[in-house]
Ligand binder design. Structure first.
Ligand code: G3H
Ligand code: ZN
Length: 283
């Protein structure tokens, strides 16, 4: 069965590694990510955004995640990514999600706390873990589009108070990464990570994990990041293979012929991230 993130996040924070949230876009992502986790013996979080849920279908997502958990025997969480409302969170929990993010980062601080608390109360009552967010992450992801100048870093004192009042299981804070690939190198505010991580029990979540240099990831993990979200890098790896294959083979019509090899490319990216995050061997 699917497990909540509390199956592995406390251990991650204690032992100083991070578990990857790999976003799912279609069937091949489920397969590639699960194969990677099997080979790496790693715990794993499937991230499903509201856009992905619309595309794949809510029940299809739950079914695919359950099959992955059952067949692999690995600790796998199915997590709603950037949930925008209490209603959406409830819909996902009812359908079988084992974890949810409520992203109230665009609300005023007190309102974010109030709404997140409500989600935590309902989710914890049925053993579902919750991620909250403070500060806004720049870039584009599905329904979210934040101009770089509108991205605001999390205030560490506020983040600590947010956690104390909501008791979320994972705390996403904006520290300088962005959704999508980077134009330049992200300037990560390690001081914010360190300050918040050392004052709360929950691990910090790093969104926009794609395109962040390995050294920056390692440093962030060493300071208390326990969950890292990756989507764009997998999409880039997938489409590169498909583009090349279709360019070279104009007669290729069987989707298995190009989706299959592109699935291998996703798997390799995920394996590399699991090693980098330190989650390999932790399942
Ligand atoms: O919530 C999902 C992530 O933050 C993905 O970010 O597409 O930049 O890897 P990314
Ligand atoms: Zn995100």
């Amino acid at each position: 069965p699917l497990v909540s993130m509390n199956h592995f996040l406390p251990q991650a924070k204690k032992e100083g590694f991070a578990v990857g949230q790999f976003n799912v876009n279609n069937l091949e992502y489920f397969q590639a990510i699960t194969e990677a986790a099997k080979e790496e013996r790693s715990p794993l979080i499937f991230g499903a955004s509201e856009g992905a849920i619309r595309y794949v279908g809510l029940n299809n997502i739950v079914a695919l995640a359950k099959v992955a958990a059952e067949e692999s025997g690995l600790p796998i969480a199915l997590h709603l990514d950037h949930g925008s409302s209490f209603e959406m969170v409830m819909k996902c929990i009812r359908a079988g999600f084992s974890s949810v993010m409520f992203d109230g980062s665009h609300y005023p601080f007190e309102e974010n706390i109030r709404l997140t608390k409500k989600v935590v109360e309902a989710a914890h009552a049925v053993g579902v873990s919750v991620e909250g967010e403070l500060g806004t992450i720049g870039g584009v992801e599905d329904d979210l589009d934040v101009a770089e100048e509108d991205a605001t870093l999390a205030n560490p004192e506020q983040a600590i108070r947010f956690w104390e009042e909501t008791r979320v299981d994972a705390m996403a804070i904006a520290v300088g990464t962005a959704h999508g690939m980077y134009k330049g190198e992200p300037k990560i505010r390690y001081d914010i990570i360190e300050k918040v991580a050392s004052n709360i029990d929950a691990p910090i979540v790093l969104h926009g994990g794609s395109g962040v240099p390995d050294e920056s990831i390692k440093k962030a993990v060493s300071l208390g990041v326990g969950k890292i979200n990756v989507n764009t890098e997998n999409q880039v790896a997938q489409v590169q293979v498909i583009r090349e294959l279709l360019d070279k083979n104009p007669d290729m019509i069987d989707p298995r012929k190009y989706l299959g090899p592109s699935r291998e490319a996703i798997k390799e990216v995920v394996k590399g991230k699991m090693r980098l995050f330190g989650s390999s061997g932790k399942a």
